[in-house]
Design a protein around this ligand. Structure first.
Ligand code: SAM
Length: 374
C-alpha cells in the first residue's frame, strides 16, 4: 500500500446505538407581537428605529451572525413542512439536495432519512441566542430554555446519525462547555477534536480580549468506525514550506511535504464572510467560509454519503456537500432564507474547486534561508 492508500483506508464497524432520551419539552417561548397576534414575524427584522440595544453587553458578543434572524423562532409545529421545499436531483457529479422548511427539532424527528438513522455527517451552526431586544419580538431565550432547545436538537441529531456517523457543532464560547458535557457525559459520544476557527477582525473591545474564534466541535458515535479521509485535507507542512527540512520528504508515514491540518483553523479564505468577499450572499452576514465546510465534508464523509445541516442559513453546508457528490439535506426555519439557500445550492460553490482539494499553506513565518526548524 502506498502512503495515500494507507491514509485512505477507512475504519468502519457497525455499532448498536441506543435511542436518545429526547427532551420532553420542545416548546420555545415567544414574545407576543405588537399587533397582538402572537405569531412570530418570520424572516423579517424589526425596523432599525424599533431596535433597542442588545441585552448582552456588546463587547461580549461574537461577530454578528445575521442569519439568526430575530423573530424566526416559533413554537414547534407552527410551520414545519415534512415535504421538501426544494429538491435538486443528483447528476453530473452532484448529490441530491433537499431543503425542508421548519423547526429542526421537529424535522429531525419526521424526515425519513433522520427517522431511519441514515445520516452520515451532520454540521450544525445553530442560532447563538444573542440577547437582542426588538420592538415586536424577543430573540433571547432565558438561558435554561436555550439550553433545553440546544439539547433537544443535539439529541435529534444523534438519533439521525448512522452508527458510524459524525457530528460537528460550530459554537461560540458562551455555549461550548455545556454542549461538550452533554455530548460526552450525557449522550456518550466521543470527542475526536475540539477545533478552533480563528478569524481576524473580531468586534473591537478595550476592556477584555477581542473575540477571534468559534469552536468547531467534532464528535462521533464510534471512534473505531468513523469516516476519516486524511488525504483529502492534507496541507503543505511548515517543515516543507518554511524550513526546507528534508525529513519531511523521507518520512515513512504520510505524504511528502504534507501534513494533516492543525486543530486551529485560519488562513487564506478562512476569514469571516464580509464586505466584498465573493462568497458573500445578500442578507446572510453569518456565512461560514466554503473552505471550512470543504474540510469537514471531505474529511468526514465519502461521495454518496448523506450530509445534513439542521440550521441551513445561507446554505454553505449543502452547497459544498452537493458539489462534492454527497447527498444533502438542510433544515431552515425562515422561508426567505431557505429559498435563497436553495438557489445557492443549485448555483454551487464559488471559492472551492470540487475536483481538487484546497491545499494552502498556513505557515506564518517567512521561508528560512537555512534548514532550522527550531
Ligand atoms: C447561524 S445561521 C447558519 C449559518 C450557516 N452555517 C451559513 O453558513 O450560512 C442559523 C440559521 O438557523 C436558522 N434557525 C434558527 N432556529 C432554527 C430552528 N429551530 N430550526 C431551523 N432553523 C433554524 C436561522 O434562521 C438561521 O438561518
Amino acid at each position: 500500500m502506498d502512503n495515500l492508500a494507507l491514509l485512505r483506508a477507512p475504519f468502519r464497524i457497525a455499532l448498536p446505538w441506543g435511542m436518545s432520551n429526547h427532551a420532553a419539552a420542545m416548546g420555545a417561548r415567544k414574545k407576543p407581537t405588537k399587533n397582538g397576534s402572537g405569531k412570530p414575524l418570520q424572516g423579517k427584522r424589526a425596523s432599525s428605529a424599533a431596535q433597542t440595544e442588545a441585552v448582552a453587553p456588546e463587547d461580549q458578543r461574537p461577530p454578528q451572525h445575521a442569519g439568526d434572524q430575530p423573530g424566526t423562532r416559533a413554537e414547534p409545529g407552527a410551520s414545519t413542512r415534512t415535504e421538501p421545499l426544494t429538491d435538486l436531483e443528483p447528476g453530473q457529479g452532484h448529490g441530491r439536495a433537499q431543503v425542508f422548511l421548519g423547526d429542526s427539532r421537529e424535522l429531525l424527528r419526521s424526515v425519513p432519512e433522520c427517522l431511519e438513522s441514515k445520516v452520515n455527517l451532520i454540521f450544525a451552526d445553530p442560532p447563538f441566542n444573542w440577547a437582542r431586544e426588538y420592538e415586536e419580538w424577543d430573540d433571547k431565550m432565558p438561558e435554561d430554555e436555550y439550553l433545553g432547545f440546544t439539547y433537544d436538537w443535539l439529541d435529534g441529531c444523534i438519533d439521525a446519525l448512522t452508527p458510524t456517523g459524525s457530528l460537528w457543532v460550530n459554537i461560540p464560547d458562551t455555549w461550548a462547555a455545556e454542549i461538550v458535557v452533554h455530548l460526552k457525559r450525557t449522550r456518550g459520544l466521543t470527542m475526536i477534536n475540539w477545533c478552533i476557527w480563528h478569524y481576524r477582525f473580531g468586534q473591537n473591545t478595550t476592556g477584555r480580549f477581542i473575540n477571534s474564534k468559534v469552536h468547531a466541535l467534532y464528535f462521533c458515535k464510534d471512534p473505531n468506525s468513523r469516516t476519516w479521509n486524511a488525504e483529502e485535507i492534507l496541507e503543505p507542512s511548515d517543515r516543507a514550506t518554511t524550513y526546507f527540512d528534508p525529513r519531511t520528504h523521507n518520512k515513512k508515514e504520510g505524504v511528502s511535504g504534507m501534513r494533516t491540518p492543525m486543530d486551529v483553523w485560519y488562513g487564506k479564505y478562512w476569514g469571516r464572510i464580509q464586505g466584498n468577499n465573493k462568497e458573500r450572499r445578500a442578507n446572510h452576514d453569518n456565512q461560514i467560509p466554503e473552505v471550512y465546510l470543504e474540510r469537514v465534508i471531505r474529511a468526514c464523509s465519502n461521495p454518496g454519503d448523506l450530509v445534513l445541516d439542521p440550521f441551513l442559513g445561507s446554505g454553505t453546508t449543502c452547497t459544498v456537500a452537493r458539489a462534492l457528490g454527497r447527498d444533502t439535506i438542510g433544515f431552515e426555519f425562515s422561508e426567505q432564507t431557505a429559498r435563497s439557500a436553495s438557489q445557492r445550492i443549485e448555483m454551487g460553490p464559488v471559492r472551492i474547486d470540487p475536483a481538487e482539494p484546497t491545499r494552502h499553506t498556513t505557515a506564518i513565518f517567512a521561508p528560512r534561508a537555512t534548514r532550522n526548524p527550531g
